[in-house]
Design a binder for this molecule. Structure first.
Ligand code: ADP
Length: 159
């Protein structure tokens, strides 16, 4: 049970994601970042861009994690990797309400795979990819919410 998957859209990766990845990497022998090929909403960044951005920022932060795309059921991905744990970040009650049934059903259909939640760092708790994109679209600065390289990529994408 020492392999964990941290799944998400990472559209784009934020400082909140990097913090959860850093903390999860300290808890497990192997951490795989699962980048969803089909995020719910129309993504701003392509799958290849999201894979490259998160891999680059993890390396820059010195976080030992592999980055892989996954398609379809998260539990098929965890099974393929041999992961016994799914890591998710919890920013507040809304995250919990959304995550709790998924954790229960993933455990049921995923051969007992457990989901563990890491509480957001209070300083990073308000950050979400959605708000970062809204701020950037409105012409606001997203420095301090995402790594510097990501802020530049968002600006370039929206230019
Ligand atoms: P998804 O579309 O799967 O929710 P996201 O990329 O938005 O993917 O988020 C991936 C995970 O990171 C989720 O568990 C989310 O709760 C967590 N997360 C996002 N932002 C933060 C943050 N600021 N602090 C802690 N966890 C976060």
């Amino acid at each position: 049970m020492t392999i964990a998957v941290y799944p998400g859209s990472f559209d784009p990766p934020t400082l909140g994601h990097i913090d959860i990845a850093r903390r999860a990497a300290g808890l497990f022998a192997r951490l795989v970042i699962g980048v969803s090929t089909r995020p719910g909403k129309a993504p701003l960044f392509t799958l290849d861009e999201r894979l490259a951005m998160i891999a680059r920022e993890l390396a820059a932060a010195g976080i030992a994690a592999e980055v892989r795309a996954f398609d379809g059921l998260l539990t098929d991905f965890t099974r393929a990797i041999g992961a016994g744990t799914i890591v998710r970040g919890l920013r507040g009650a809304m995250d919990f309400d959304y995550e709790q049934p998924q954790a229960a059903l993933n455990r049921r259909i995923g051969g007992g795979v457990e989901t563990i939640f890491l509480a957001a760092d209070p300083a990073l708790q308000p950050i979400s990819s959605t708000l970062v994109k809204e701020i950037a679209r409105g012409g606001g600065a997203v420095d301090g919410l995402v790594p510097p390289g990501i802020a530049a990529e968002i600006r370039a994408k929206l230019a």
